[in-house]
Ligand binder design. Structure first.
Ligand code: BEZ
Ligand code: FE
Length: 304
């Protein structure tokens, strides 16, 4: 006859599940993995209890996760989008860099980072020949927290078009339009020309769009430029700079706006643009990035 009392892994009621599952995972060798999965189980179990999740709701939740996976393609990452609209991405970003010691705060990478963007010399245009839109001249420096220039830092930039679409979403834009990488000079300066981006709705044709609609949330982001700054001997900065006159600054659907990331997009009606071929109105943006000493990391592009 089996001694039932000695069978520690049997679960007879809801209150004993967490301890039994935690014990089953106790031989996890990697201490960080153990810490993370133990905490995940603890908090997820507490959440199911708090909302007293029904069987049908649990099935719906599993279906939702499955549909997120099914919506992912080489050129679209619904998993990143879901993490973004739930504030997960912004929380993790700010846990790791909220801008202390004068650093530029981080902002979420988002689902449209492709990496391997075209290399440019400072001052060059990331908008392809004939790209519609008001010219925007961006200038800045990369500095360390002692305000010393960081030389040869790579500044990788990507942005939506003046109609609010990334090139990979838009058949009217050539591959890699409005994406480029620059390197800072001996004084830490970088500069490039582009066209002013518009705010845009995040993709709503998948399960995340269904969730946003049920929550009665608009899908818009304020106009912004994305930056990844990578320099030897420094922590990588993933951030965004927002247009100060943009709609939705106070209601970004993915919670990316931080007051210190609002840049002054100055409009000039005419007169001497940094590129003499530009006639008529143009914008300028001056923005310095401050990065901390440390070890660079290389963000994984969520799409190809
Ligand atoms: C973006 O800024 O590229 C972005 C961020 C989150 C969701 C969708 C787009
Ligand atoms: Fe964006």
């Amino acid at each position: 006859m089996i001694d039932l009392e000695s069978l520690g892994g049997i679960v007879d009621d809801a209150d004993s599940v967490t301890a039994v599952v935690t014990a089953a995972m106790s031989r996890t060798e990697d201490p960080r993995l153990k810490q993370i999965v133990d905490a995940l189980v603890k908090h997820a179990h507490a959440f199911f209890k708090e909302v007293r999740l029904t069987d049908q709701e649990f099935e719906q939740g599993i279906e939702f996760v499955k549909s997120i996976g099914e919506a992912c393609r080489d050129d679209h990452n619904e998993a990143v989008l879901c993490a973004d609209v739930l504030g997960f991405s912004t929380l993790v970003t700010l846990l790791n860099n909220s801008g202390s010691n004068g650093r530029t705060p981080g902002a979420l990478l988002g689902p449209f980072y492709r990496g391997a963007s075209p290399a440019h010399a400072n001052g060059e245009n990331i908008a392809c020949e004939g790209s519609p839109g008001t010219p925007l001249f961006v200038r800045g420096r990369v500095l360390d927290t002692s305000r010393q220039p960081v030389v040869n830092a790579m500044v990788d930039v990507w942005q939506a078009s003046p109609v609010g679409m990334y090139e990979n979403q838009d058949p009217d834009q050539p591959d890699m339009n409005l994406r480029g990488r620059f390197h800072t000079d001996a004084q830490g300066h970088f500069a490039f020309r582009t066209v002013r981006p518009a705010g845009y709705p995040v993709p709503t044709d998948g399960p995340v769009g269904v969730l946003l609609a049920k929550q009665q949330r608009h899908p818009y982001r304020p106009a912004h430029l994305h930056f990844v700054v990578i320099a030897e001997g420094h922590e990588t900065l993933v951030s965004q700079v927002f247009a100060d006159d943009s709609e939705y600054l106070g209601s970004d659907v993915v919670f990316g706006v931080n007051r210190s990331l609002i840049g002054s997009f100055e409009r000039h009606e005419d007169g001497a643009a940094p590129d003499a071929t530009v006639q008529g109105p143009y914008y300028t943006l001056d923005y310095d990035f401050v990065i901390a000493k440390g070890t660079p990391t290389y963000p994984t592009p969520p799409i190809k």
